[in-house]
Design a protein around this ligand. Structure first.
Ligand code: PXG
Length: 441
């Protein structure tokens, strides 16, 4: 086996994503191996993974079943096209996904990432209306502070200004709902906050402005992750569903983070009892191990495409790696691991302990809000005056130094550990965070 050095001697060629490259390369932080709940750094230290990588390693790291499935598939059928061809495992995987999907979502389109799932979902929404003879429905409605990946459709419907402002005028015909972040009313809510259901009614205003006949779809994260864990107020998603139904608008849930057990249910749709028309996923679909995404659609949407001459391609869309066999093998082994260990509902069992542990941080230095749902948590800190994000970055560095991996966005610490976490490890995360909060400026 090829042994690679743990510290490469030239860091310049790799232009790192979403990273302060120059700063990083002066003081690199390197992860060289991982097992279950921990990473190991190049200087041999263990880091407790408080973020499941980037919200994706839901079953924990280097799980034998998944590793073995990948190894086996790579030796048997490494790559096969999915355009006008098939291979057994992709059909098998789609069926197993539909088995755990919310009621009625019984077709799956494969992609390679969350961003591609979003683009695919938006295109399906537009093409669906056109296929039904309703081609004037071209507008897409996103939400302020939404994150839907980094491709053009996703940043257009997304609402994070730094991800949008450098890239021109984006997609035309997009409008945005207001975000649901109401710290004045909802700070330190345990679970779903009480206030703000009326924010869903803003959709009626947008409909009144543009007319329903021009609107194709609304896309929201059931729980906004990247913007710093913003929860939907009680009743909000149900209200959105009702307004969409009333006006013939498709509802897309972006479940790239919330999918595969993050909230203690297989999907957020299950948690909130609201089924969207289209659902985007990625990340936990393969435990983050092989890049993959999937878009789930209701039968009615899929079937609207299945007309015209049978020799014609129904949907002019797809990726070279849609349904890649090794990704499917990883995905099937991931689903088996989730099932054997009850991971898709483990967040529910641990949810109360997680909530109590997190909220014990109330009153610690800098803390202005704490939010939680399933196995997701956020600790919001007061920014240092005139230097937003600086305090959070210090917290991140301190965690890295002391043995805890956290994720920060703005001045918010976001936590989303692997779903295999124990109660003891939850306490360990919170003890670490307490120590971090007490030790930073
Ligand atoms: N939709 C949602 C809701 C996401 O959270 C994407 C789409 C895009 O997925 P890809 O696979 O193209 O990255 C995401 C990704 C963070 C963080 O720390 C979140 C994501 C990615 C990286 C970091 O908040 N979410």
């Amino acid at each position: 086996m090829l042994e690679r050095p743990k510290r490469p001697n030239d860091l310049s060629a790799f232009w790192m994503p979403f990273t302060a490259n120059r700063q990083f390369k002066q003081a690199p932080r390197m992860l060289v191996s991982a097992k279950d709940m921990h990473y190991t750094t190049d200087d041999g230290r263990k880091l407790l993974d408080g973020t499941a990588g980037l919200w994706c390693v839901n079953a924990g790291h280097c799980r034998p079943k998944i590793t073995e499935a990948i190894r086996h598939q790579a030796g048997e059928l490494d790559y096969a096209p999915a355009f006008q061809m098939g291979h057994p495992i992709v059909f098998e995987f789609a069926s197993r996904l539909v088995d755990i999907a919310p009621e009625g979502m019984d077709h799956v389109f494969f992609t390679n990432s969350g961003s591609e799932s979003v683009e695919t979902a938006l295109k399906i929404a537009l093409a669906y209306h056109r296929a039904k003879g309703d081609g004037s429905r071209t507008r897409l409605i996103g939400r302020e502070r939404g994150y839907h990946g980094v491709n053009f459709g996703g940043i257009s419907v997304g609402g994070i200004v730094n991800n949008r402002k450098m890239f021109g005028t984006l997609l035309a015909g997009v409008d945005h709902l207001p975000h649901t972040y109401l710290p004045g009313k909802n700070a330190f809510s345990r679970g779903v906050p009480e206030h703000g259901v009326e924010l869903a009614d803003e959709l009626e205003r947008i409909v009144a402005l543009h007319d329903a006949s021009t609107i194709a779809a609304v896309i929201v994260e059931p729980v906004a992750g990247s913007a710093g864990v913003i929860l939907p107020p009680k009743g909000y998603l149900k209200r959105l569903r009702e307004i969409c139904d009333k006006h013939g608008i498709l509802l897309i849930f972006d479940e790239v983070i919330t999918g595969f057990g993050r909230l203690g249910t297989p999907f957020a749709a299950d948690y909130f009892g609201v089924v969207p028309d289209i659902m985007t996923t990625a990340k936990g679909i393969t435990n983050g191990v092989i890049p993959m995404g999937a878009v789930f659609v209701k039968k009615e949407i899929h079937d609207a495409f299945m007309n015209g001459p049978e020799h014609m391609i129904e949907f002019f869309h797809g990726y070279t790696y849609s349904g890649n066999p090794i990704a499917c093998a990883a995905g099937l082994a991931t689903l088996e691991t989730y099932r054997e260990e009850g991971l898709l509902t483990r967040g529910e069992e641990l949810g109360q302990h997680w909530e109590d542990a997190l909220h014990s941080l109330k009153g610690e230095p800098h803390v202005i809000d704490i939010r939680n749902i399933g196995l997701v948590g956020a600790i919001e800190m007061e920014p240092i005056q005139g230097q937003p994000t600086k305090r959070a970055f210090s917290a991140f560095l301190k965690g890295f130094e002391k043995g805890l991996l956290i994720r920060t966005t703005g001045d918010i610490i976001a936590l989303s550990p692997p779903l295999i976490i124990t109660k003891g490890q939850i306490d360990e995360i919170v003890d670490h965070v307490r120590e971090i909060l007490r030790s930073i400026d």
